[in-house]
Ligand binder design. Structure first.
Ligand code: ADP
Length: 680
């Protein structure tokens, strides 16, 4: 299951990596990101712009309110003035002048008050005491036309009327825009005259609205074409100008009040809303940048992961060692392709399987189940290989070497077992081959020994046969004698016994050789050390007699039986004894003694061993010979084969023992080898 998921992940990642490197996809992803960034920036800019616009509209609305207020202030001032003029009309002629002067002093915008009769003659007037008389430079009658029209209108309305504005040059060289108010004076429904008030527009603005609205705004009366007639208020430079116009419609004339408010451009953070929006935008962009960075990091990590997975997969696929993971319950959680190939089952068939596994030979199931139980209980030494036999899907068995180790998770807990399985059939085959060739070599060596023995045999058999022949001749001679005495009969008896003895001896000699050549069984058995030495004794003695060697045998009492291949060990002993005797076959070697020894030694705990030693007093072994002693076919003898010692060592080591030699003082060599004792 997990493997299947792993496979799917690997496949996904592999295709992802492939797609990732393909340019259209990365181009598309990049353009998506660019679109997102552009969109966010557009939204933010719009938001900030809208907030600024809103701010500006607020300023504009405020200005419009101000302008409306200013107009209404002007209107109420003017209507108060009308009332004051009406009150003035009610005054008697002698007080009128004084009252008019008081009013002129109060209202700075009033330039002059005139009283005219219905025929439009001035019969009384008062100029503002606060300034030079307005009509000083231009005589009144020259510019009275507007006032006249106003009065005609006033007469028609029966109420106050205003003239249009006109420019009035002044004696200081400048001039000013003025406007006339005409109020008809009625007595008992009869027109008795007009009161005309001349307004200075500049003063009207400054006095009536300048204080209230002039600090932040610039106010002016304008003509429809935009010409300014009068102006007041602060004029600030460098700021953004907001403008509004309001109509001040008076009876007979309409004035246009323009209000210019110069306000600082709503700056980047004009108010909390914009500040908030901007702050949030910055946060948004920051988050986005972080996200982009994070996604880049993630992409890189994913790419690394994909590469690592691809590498792992390539490694798994090219591995020749089978890998198998099992969980704590013994279920297979993972197998690699090499394992599947080895056992011939698909991964799908193996995953999740528990004992008995399909690759266990049916006859071994019980044993393997026990072994698995021991392993799962944690009683087996980890990382120690053991050999086993598995079965392929087609039923063929093959030997494997399994090395198992605990599977430790990232958290440090054991989650199961990981096993490496190596198919050792090939190794076995090679071993088998070498064993067979070894055996062939041994057989050859034995035959060589037999050849040698045959010549010795003929030599040895000569003696008993010669003895038998002479005894037989003697007996025949005795029997041919007609006057044979009972003593003679006795002699014949004795001769016949000797013949039988010698024949028996010859038979034994032949038998021992026959035995040696015939015995080919490989089976190991428990053999007493003494029996081994006894078995080779006739052959050893045969040669010893020829070479005039004394053979001494020393066997420690109560030695344990040995577990060995009898024939092979005898061959070893025979080889060593023969080598020893041959090394003493020199004229200068007078006292030729060969000692065959067997004693108990303790090498490894819990097992007793027996050591055989073959000691001679021969030539000894030169250093350059010693280095090649065990090399096959190395020999210093004219008729030697050079196989003896190499075979001896192979045989001893096959039994788990060890063959060594050392020089013997004052001369000679001792060869020692060990063999394990049979279990009691
Ligand atoms: P072979 O006896 O056919 O020569 P071996 O392998 O038994 O082959 O012996 C190899 C050589 O080792 C011999 O030729 C001999 O020179 C030397 N050698 C073996 N045993 C002895 C010994 N006991 N003393 C001296 N030399 C020995």
């Amino acid at each position: 299951m997990r493997d299947r998921m792993g496979n799917r992940l690997r496949r996904a990642l592999a295709s992802w990596t492939a797609a990732e490197s393909a340019s259209p996809w990365s181009l598309r992803r990049r353009s998506l990101w660019a679109a997102l960034v552009a969109l966010v920036i557009a939204v933010l800019v719009t938001l900030v712009w809208l907030a600024g616009r809103y701010e500006a509209s607020q300023v504009q609305a405020e200005l419009e309110r101000d302008a409306a207020d200013a107009v209404s202030d002007l209107r109420s001032s003017l209507s108060r003035h009308v009332q004051a003029v009406q009150a003035l009309q009610a005054q008697s002629a002698e007080f009128r002048q004084a009252a008019a002067l008081a009013l002129l002093r109060q209202n700075r915008e009033w330039l002059r008050v005139e009283w005219r009769d219905p025929q439009w003659h001035v019969h009384q007037h008062a100029d503002s005491p606060l300034r030079a008389p307005a009509f000083e430079r231009t005589p009144r009658q020259e510019v009275a036309n507007d006032a006249l029209q106003a009065c005609q209108r006033a007469r028609r309305f029966n109420g106050p009327a205003y003239s249009s504005t006109y420019f009035l040059p002044q004696s200081d060289g400048l001039g000013m825009e003025v406007m006339e108010l005409c109020l008809p004076q009625l007595q008992l429904g009869q027109l008795v005259g007009f009161t005309v008030v001349t307004y200075g527009l500049q003063e009207l603005l400054a006095e009536r609205v300048g204080a209230t609205f002039g600090r932040r705004n610039e106010m002016s009366f304008v003509e429809p074409d935009g010409t300014r007639l009068a102006i007041t208020g602060a004029h600030r430079r460098g700021l953004r100008m907001f403008t509004t116009q309001q109509l001040l419609d008076l009876p007979g004339h309409t004035l246009v009040l323009r209000m210019d408010g110069r306000r600082a451009e709503p700056d980047l953070f004009p108010n909390v809303l914009t500040a908030l929006v901007t702050g949030m935008s910055i946060a948004l962009i920051t988050v986005m940048v972080l996200l982009v960075k994070d996604s880049r990091r993630r992409l890189k990590a994913e790419r690394d992961l994909a590469e690592a997975l691809a590498f792992r997969k390539a490694m798994e696929d090219s591995l020749v060692t089978g890998l198998r993971a099992r969980d704590q319950q013994g279920r297979i959680t993972y197998v690699n392709p090499a394992f599947c190939q080895m056992v011939g089952w698909e991964a799908e068939d193996l995953l999740g399987r528990n004992a008995p596994m399909p690759y266990w030979p049916p006859e071994m199931v019980d044993e393997y189940q026990q072994r698995q139980a021991i392993r799962l209980a944690g009683n087996a030494p980890p990382r120690e290989g053991f050999e086993s036999v598995f079965m392929r899907q087609d039923g063929t068995r093959f030997p494997v070497l399994i090395i198992e180790a605990p599977l430790i998770s990232v958290q440090g807990e054991q989650t199961g077992w990981m096993g490496a399985v190596i198919d050792i059939s090939e190794q076995r085959r090679v071993e088998e081959l070498s064993r067979a060739s070894q055996e062939r070599l041994q057989a050859t060596a034995r035959l060589a020994t037999v050849g040698e023995m045959a010549s010795l045999l003929s030599h040895e058999l000569n003696q008993p046969l010669a003895a038998i022949a002479s005894y037989a001749n003697g007996s025949l001679n005795l029997l041919r004698d007609p006057g044979a005495q009972p003593q003679t009969l006795e002699d014949v008896h004795m001769a016949l016994r000797r013949i039988a003895e010698q024949a028996g001896r010859a038979g034994r000699v032949i038998n021992s050789v026959h035995d040696f050549v015939r015995r080919r069984d490989q089976a190991r058995e428990a053999v007493a050390p003494q029996a081994l030495l006894d078995a080779i004794a006739p052959l050893v003695n045969l040669q010893a007699r020829k070479l005039q060697v004394r053979v001494l045998t020393r066997v420690e009492p109560k030695l344990p039986a040995l577990w060995c291949d009898r024939t092979m060990v005898e061959q070893v002993l025979l080889n060593l004894a023969r080598n020893g005797m041959q090394s003493m076959d020199r004229p200068d070697c007078l006292d030729r003694v060969l000692v065959l020894q067997a004693k108990r030694v303790t090498l490894k705990a819990q097992q007793s061993w027996v050591e055989f030693a073959v000691t001679d007093v021969g030539t000894g072994i030169e250093a350059d010979v010693a280095t090649q002693l065990f090399t096959p076919f190395f020999t210093t003898k004219a008729e030697g084969m050079g196989l003896g010692l190499s075979l001896c060592r192979t045989v001893v080591e096959q039994h788990g023992g060890h063959l060594e030699f050392e020089a013997q003082q004052p001369k000679g060599t001792v060869f020692r080898f060990t063999l394990p004792a049979a279990a009691p």
